[in-house]
Design a protein around this ligand. Sequence first.
Ligand SMILES: *Cc1c(COP(=O)(O)O)cnc(C)c1O
Length: 544
Amino acid sequence: MGKEKKVPAVAYFCMEFGLHPDFPIYSGGLGVLAGDYLKAAADAGYPVVGVGILWRKGYTAQYINDAGYPYDVSPEYNYDFLKDTGVKVQVTIKQQPVTCKVWLTDHFGNVPLYLLDADLPENKEPWLTHSLYRGSGDDRIAQEIILGIGGLRALRALGLEIDLYHFNEGHAVLAGVELIREKISTGLSFEQALNATRREIVFTTHTPVPAGNEAHHHGALSYVGAYNGLSYEQMKQIGGDPFNMTVAGLKLSALANGVSALHGETAQKMWQQVGAAAPIIAITNGVHQGTWQAANIAHAYAQAEGLLQARQENKANLLAEIERRTGHVLDPNGLVIGFARRAATYKRGDLIFRNREEILPLLEKGRIQLVFSGKAHPQDEGGKSMVASIVAFAREFPGKVVFLENYDMRLGKILTSGCDVWLNNPQRPQEASGTSGMKAGMNGVLNFSTLDGWWVEGCAHGKNGWQFGDGYVGPDQDDHDLHALFHVLKNEILPVYEQDKAKWVKMMRASIKTCTQQFSARRMVDEYYDRLYLPLVAAERKIS
Ligand SMILES: *Cc1c(COP(=O)(O)O)cnc(C)c1O
């Protein structure tokens, strides 16, 4: 017994999954990563299942009003392709039973994804699973009860045998509390149950900014029902007081990871004072090649010819989309710089506009054209003002600066294959990974980024893209980076683009090579097995 080397079956919990633009149960990078992971696991034949929530109204659809300011709408989507498992599970929220229907999809080349749905007539609050990352703190706790406790009960009701539970970010930690409750109900003490549970859980942390790590007051947790039979003292032991979801993830797991080498170090420093916590290693994110690399680029790269032509086709496709959406016609010969990501202020989407003296002549001579996209969180007025300032520049320079509304996976794909250069300028070290750059790089769209997240590992300056700012951190980081940005743009990028097409193509090849080899989701899922799952299962075999 216990001798056979079985590949461990993993249940991967995440609040959001980005599998397809027409299935918008995601907000941004976290969800797209989770979707890419499920597809890569399917490609590799790993025994993984996903667990999430069916967000009937998605996250937010965000457009720009006449005054140039973002506003939100919540359409209701049609998810006809989902399969009904026939399974329903119950959780308790605010002392009321809440029934969740369990749906299944493997429609997108992914391993099975089970989705909980509380939108049923018997529930008092059927809207709890309508909108991702909206609503009050109590709503969030309720949603985390559905994901964690409901998700675990769904796995049990479906009769699935799971060896390990992978929590992708802290939203799912209540699944750990449910695992503990199960064990206590078979007669184990809390300490025994906690120790046994830890050996079944791995945890991925994503947020390098302390304020970004969700925490809840115990009063609210207890009131909404997150204690799940545990006591205040026990819950405090797991997540502290206030209850920090990342601390809980680290204390409930045996092994944890950050999502790039730099982020692994940052996370280790951030959480070093947490006792009885999992060690944090680094497993750099990757993106699903079949989803994100354009077919013509894959073909030209394999044939070792026609890359420039494929590039022009994809650029023409982007320019046609821009014309369709905005009426503006961009010049196919001028350099197109793209910037699309969540409009969080640390990403500094408006940085390039902060030096008008530098940017005006480049725009006026048509040497550069800028394409932006990104949504701010509906309650993030700072992010929304940043979008508004970019929109103001787009209105000042029509046809030279473009802002595309309602950033989603569809736009993401068109942009990361259609631009010439992909700009990223987060305030260091706040970008945990930054996967859109990997998508761009796989398409021969050259990265131009500060040394943060994955680019620290990926960048060979002047060979497969460019860095600027040399990884500088300081109170004057904005000025430092802004100066460096224009220096590299004018002295390195534009001369190659305008005068040395052969070098540009060579750099495209190098970029595609780097990103397909080092930053694919396939490499990432293999590393999850080799460095997180298998070591844990091996340790467990020794103990039992
Ligand atoms: C890839 C992707 C992201 C993540 O990109 P970052 O570089 O991490 O900002 C966010 N949103 C969408 C729609 C994406 O496709």
